[in-house]
Design a protein around this ligand. Structure first.
Ligand code: NAD
Ligand code: MG
Length: 396
């Protein structure tokens, strides 16, 4: 039996992972499941899958979790340190599906105990790519990408030499507002931004999809995971979301990965790798689909893409600053404090501001320094958000 843990088990990726694992209960020994506020879901799945431990990130939810697990053999724990301990429990395969920079430390802990890390949490690579990749190498752990584009690239590269790769193209749906007049974007509401045209995902990544901050994170993720120069990584809008990525080789061949927009494919590929096994995803009927379309992303509509290029050129801890600022700007948009279009403004200003704080972005890439850069970025973002919200109030 393979020992598996799922970090972020109550979320969209976590639930899709559980869907696959629950189909073959005899094949898996579930070690740890983690969540945050969704205690009932966490407890139901922990009992159903006979997990050793269920952990909530929120210390104030420990009592509720204990109550929900009463009478079962599942141990309850809570808080950020308990998440790291859960990830450190010996397991063969660990799904990293916490949202945000909060997923970094638990993912590193899973790698340190030698597990194979199925990585959905792209923020880990954005904030600390080199550290994450090195940790895997040092401890003999392996990272398998779960983001659909990166899984697609990984699959297109099977049996290929990296020297033969000329470019990597990751596709983007263009998000909820891809066809809106650009001047309307400033008035987009959180409810509109959390509705995705093609994929069912967590609320945060869905908004990031509309702003293309998601694609910006993925450009950096591509660079960190595959070690390809930024000028060889492209993104193209593909509204049908059926081609997830393409790899271009030196002989001119372009290998595309085509499949339905269902994360269980990428999760299942990482679960069964290096084998392929049956997965419950729809089979495409190309004749019925008929047409696939592509267009270049408009930089004015999607300023996040250019910010990602700046971050890759800057290097150091710029990725952690970028992500921390983006997370706060996203919170502020969801809470109604800033406009949709202000998210990119906040992130750009924070990058400038932190550049002016000597040493922060050039510190050595350790977990402590990455978390310090993340915190500094969040504080700087809060200051920018307060200034913008003040301007909005006074109408200036
Ligand atoms: P989600 O919001 O649906 O779920 C997030 C999970 O993280 C939940 O279990 C939640 O309880 C937990 N969580 C939230 N805040 C936490 C904190 N501070 N500490 C610990 N746990 C916390 O998110 P999702 O859509 O499943 O995405 C998870 C990750 O996978 C993200 O990094 C996202 O970018 C990435 N991803 C998601 C998809 C998708 O289709 N949903 C696709 C590609 C990549
Ligand atoms: Mg993706």
């Amino acid at each position: 039996m393979r020992r598996v843990s799922i970090l972020g088990a109550t979320g969209s990726i976590g639930q899709n992972t559980i869907d696959l694992i629950a189909r073959a209960p005899d094949a898996y020994d579930v070690v740890a499941l983690t969540g945050a506020g969704n205690i009932d879901r966490l407890a139901i799945d922990a009992i159903r899958l006979k997990a050793d431990v269920a952990v909530t990130a929120n210390p104030e939810c420990l009592g509720a979790l204990k109550d929900a697990l009463a009478g079962s053999d599942v141990t309850a724990a809570a808080g950020p340190q308990a998440l790291i301990e859960a990830a450190s429990r010996p397991a063969d395969w660990v799904m990293s599906a916490i949202v945000g920079a909060a997923g970094l430390a638990p993912g590193l802990a899973a790698l340190e105990q030698g597990a194979t890390l199925a990585l959905a949490n792209k923020e880990s690579l954005v904030c600390a790519g080199r550290l994450v990749m090195q940790t895997a190498t040092t401890h003999g752990g392996r990272i398998l990408p779960v983001d659909s584009e990166h899984s697609a690239v990984f699959q297109a590269l099977v049996g290929e030499a990296m020297e033969a790769v000329e470019r990597i193209v990751i596709t983007a749906s263009g998000g909820a507002f891809r066809d809106w007049p650009i001047e309307k974007l400033a008035h987009a509401t959180p409810a509109q931004a959390t509705t995705h045209p093609n994929w069912a995902m967590g609320a945060r990544i869905t908004v990031d999809s509309a702003s293309m901050f998601n694609k910006a994170l993925e450009l950096i993720e591509t660079r960190e995971f595959f070690g390809v120069d930024p000028d060889r990584i492209e993104t193209v809008i593909h509204p049908e979301s059926l081609i997830h990525a393409l790899v271009g080789f030196r002989d001119g061949a372009l290998m595309a990965h085509v499949g339905p927009p269902d994360m269980r494919h990428a999760i299942g590929y990482a679960l069964h790798w290096p084998e392929r096994q049956d997965l419950p995803v729809a089979r495409l009927d190309l004749a019925q689909i008929g047409t696939l379309t592509f267009r270049a992303p408009d930089p004015a509509r999607y300023p996040a893409l250019d910010l990602a290029r700046q971050v890759m050129a800057r290097g150091g801890l710029a990725g952690a600053v970028f992500n921390g600022a983006k997370e706060r700007a996203l919170d502020a948009f969801l809470d109604g404090h800033i406009r949709f279009t202000a998210m990119a403004e906040v992130v750009a200003r924070v990058l400038d501001r932190i550049e002016g704080q000597p040493g922060l972005m050039d510190a050595e890439m350790t977990l402590d320094n990455v978390l310090a850069a993340d915190l500094a970025a969040r504080a700087a973002a809060d200051a920018e958000i307060a200034a913008l919200a003040g301007q909005a109030r006074t109408g200036s």
